[in-house]
Design a protein around this ligand. Structure first.
Ligand code: ZN
Ligand code: ZN
Length: 589
């Protein structure tokens, strides 16, 4: 504790000496602003598919061939821009530009590292898949259909070379990514058959053009099929392990999460946090036992007792046909509670539209936020709610118990208010394209996870209305279960990739110690076998934000104001918490 304080103090002095915003030379920031504009334009040339995915459509007809030439081109782009960055003195940049500087630098170094060290292009066959980017050209109406289809046609011309380069790159791939590649590439074939044909019917392209498009789509389908069958037959006597290993993991964590903590430190914090949660959950279970389990003896096994209590509380849930209505009903209550408690200002002019999940997203039940991209700021923000219609009874019941009365409220806090949606509204007011393109996931997810705890700490409980002063023990227990999920995401990811955790141990962690359903835990195991580090973002961001708040509370004493803290924290945009921390530590007064 003492050690950390002294480090923070050093930071504080350093920053004070370096920056006094009032004396900043204006032209340094103006120069940096125009540098950024140029950087983004060049970025899109190097990454045309990324450009299309964020709504910049100039390079829609371009599909990059993933060969040595394009990797070399990417490397020289990174080198050139790391050089350009050196021409700016950090001390002369405004706070917001400083963060942009760090984000650009991190992106360039991450890309270099990906090519020279991580080399996923060699071992991850699932990194080759064209269907999603083509699907977006059909599914998003950013331009008239005919011109989207013409770009679609030109872009298809590169698919065959794309997969040839992929085959050339792949060496000793992991089994898991090989299977995933076959599944995902086969799953995407409908984009070039049914989906394309449907779009062609709606278009007004002349028949000859339609025929040419169909002809080329047939070639694309065979190129993809050749790729998957090649993968299926690939002799691979020494497949690489899907586990990333300690060294690569530490680096990837650094670039991906951009935390003030190392991966090792976060893992230790997650383990400790899990232990604390289980103690609290057991306390609540003991208190609630007589109310729900009258006459039934409480199991001596701590985990068994908690599990039984969670199962009973989970029976309190809405019916399938009122799932969306329940969400719509809760949102204004969350807003009213926040206003009542003065927790953060919420701009009423940017409404959140709740809608049934659109067809192209179907399959992934649950809820998600769809935010307008950096090139479409005036677009609506949607809260997509998965529909349960057509589900069989058991599956729907299990889902509804998972998203029961309590968890549904926490989900709304996370996704919408004051979670992702609120954060996005603030992020859009900090108008930096760099932050919306290179935004930090750990900050974004961390904020949503932080918001859950903050709301309960301030007494939120849907059953008690907007004047609620204390959340019920039931609410807290279910919240802890939910929080245990993100905590265990980190424990799982780190243990699997750096400590050789077996599937059996992973299942024990998720099912027995984190009270997850078998199906959910299996899904998580599949996810951790094909991704690395991403699962850390929730707990890491949450921990950093919470720690920052507590340290500011302590150092500011009576001057600390929760609403001000939230608003200032969000005003920097989707920046890594460690940089926001530097700026807020500096500004506290
Ligand atoms: Zn039920
Ligand atoms: Zn989230």
């Amino acid at each position: 504790m003492i050690k950390r304080t002294s480090i923070l103090l050093c930071f504080f002095i350093l920053i004070c000496m370096e920056t006094t915003n009032a004396k900043l030379p204006a032209d340094a920031n103006a120069r940096f602003d125009s540098y950024k504009e140029n950087f983004v334009l060049e970025l899109w040339k190097v990454y045309p598919s990324w450009a299309s995915s964020v709504g910049y459509h100039k390079y829609d007809s371009v599909l990059l061939i993933p060969d040595d030439a394009s990797r070399n081109n990417e490397l020289s782009f990174c080198r050139a821009h790391l050089d350009s960055l050196k021409k700016f003195k950090l001390a002369e940049l405004s706070d917001l530009n400083k963060i942009d500087y760090y984000l650009i630098e991190n992106q360039l170094k991450y890309a270099q590292w990906g090519i020279t060290e991580e080399k996923a292009y060699e071992w991850n066959p699932a990194s080759y898949n064209v269907s999603e980017s083509f699907a977006n050209m059909l599914g998003n109406d950013y331009a008239d259909l005919n011109s989207r289809l013409r770009n679609f046609y030109v872009r298809m011309g590169a698919v065959s070379d794309y997969y040839s380069a992929a085959k050339h790159n792949i060496k000793n791939p992991t089994k898991e990514h090989t299977i995933l590649a076959m599944e995902q590439n086969s799953g995407g074939l409908s984009v070039f058959t049914d989906d394309l044909n449907e779009a062609l019917k709606k278009s007004t392209l002349p028949d000859t053009e339609q025929a040419a498009i169909k002809e080329r789509a047939t070639q694309v389908v065979s190129a993809i099929k050749r790729y998957t069958s090649w993968l299926g037959k690939l002799p691979n006597p020494n497949p690489r392990s899907f586990r990333l290993g300690k060294e690569l993991y530490a680096k990837k964590f650094e670039y991906e999460i951009q935390s003030g903590y190392t991966a090792d430190e976060i893992f230790k914090k997650a383990q400790q946090h899990k232990d604390e949660l289980l103690v609290k959950m057991h306390d609540i279970t003991s208190k609630l036992w007589p109310k729900y389990m009258a006459g039934k003896p409480m199991p001596g096994d701590r985990l068994a007792a908690i599990r039984q209590m969670i199962d009973v509380l989970s029976l309190n849930h809405v019916q399938a046909d009122s799932f969306q209505a329940a969400i719509e009903h809760q949102l204004p209550e969350l807003v009213a509670f926040i206003k009542n408690k003065d927790l953060i200002y919420i701009d009423p002019s940017k409404p959140l539209v709740v809608r049934k999940e659109p067809g192209y997203m179907a399959g992934v039940a649950g809820a998600s936020i769809n935010a307008p991209g950096p090139y479409d700021k005036n677009g609506n923000t949607y809260y997509n709610v998965g529909s349960l219609s057509g589900w069989d009874k058991d599956k729907a019941e299990s889902y509804l118990r998972e998203y029961n009365h309590y968890i549904l409220q926490i989900l709304n806090i996370h996704e919408a208010i004051p979670g992702h949606y609120t954060q996005l509204v603030y992020a859009n007011q900090s108008p930096s394209i760099i932050k919306s393109i290179l935004g930090n996931n750990a900050m974004i997810e961390g904020w949503a996870v932080y918001g859950e705890r903050m709301m309960l700490e301030n007494g939120y409980d849907g059953d008690q209305g907007v004047n609620s002063t204390e959340a019920s023990p039931e609410m807290w227990l279910m919240y802890y279960k939910w929080n245990l999920r993100s905590t265990c995401n980190t424990i799982l990811d780190y243990s699997v990739h750096t400590k050789n955790m077996s599937k059996e141990d992973a299942m024990n962690l998720l099912v027995n110690e984190a009270f997850q359903q078998q199906a959910e835990a299996e899904g998580k195991w599949n996810r951790v076998s094909v991704t690395q580090v991403q699962l850390d973002c929730y707990f890491t961001g949450y921990t950093e934000i919470y720690d920052l708040r507590e340290s500011l509370k302590q150092s500011m004493g009576a001057k600390f104001n929760l609403k001000k803290f939230h608003e200032q924290f969000l005003s920097y945009g989707s920046a890594p918490v460690k940089y926001i921390k530097q700026l807020m530590q500096h500004d506290k007064k």
